[in-house]
Design a protein around this ligand. Sequence first.
Ligand SMILES: [Zn+2]
Length: 223
Amino acid sequence: MISHHPDIGWLQAFAAGELPTSLALAVALHLEACPACQQQVHDHEAWLARNSWHADSKTPLVADLPTEQWDAIFESIVTQPESLAAPPQPAPPQLQWQGQSLTLPRALRHLTIPPWQRIGKIGRARLALDGAGPERTSLLAIAPGTAIPEHSHPGYEVTVVLAGGIEDQGAHLGAGEFLLWEGAASHAPRSAEGCFCLTVMAAPLRFTRGWARLLNGCSDLLY
Ligand SMILES: [Zn+2]
């Protein structure tokens, strides 16, 4: 059971196509695992469609189309099931990291995933889809038994767990969980079982305790 979801404002912005690409990808990955949020997005899309219909009463009704256009649309609808019948599906691509494997979620299959950059026990693959904003989007592969030193986020961080699990703030977060972390509060996530996740960060993280603070000069490593 997923317990962390995007808030309703994010889901509505997703339905309206108003989120930056990086955040839209994070929401899409959550939706693949969360029927409840899928329903919220579906309901909002239906509401938007109804509103745009009333707002634009000049949109021609199908019944107003010339006969030959209507015939062509009808023909395409009735012939579609046959033309789509049972195309062979290739096996979904997999990512590997230190003995763990991830079947790529559908939302990631059309993207080019670069090779892992190794940062200790963490693999990072930065995705080339960020816009003009400060967001940076990466896939992270975390080996079993990895602890990330305590840190805070001067900007926000969105994490979507794709496989495996993370322990953070006393909670175990499994596949599909969507976390928004922002502000001065610090956390120290760890993964006993290992995990794959997607992160969107709006600024480098800041290590807040012990020797890890020495890493702040190069905290671009995980940004
Ligand atoms: Zn959800």
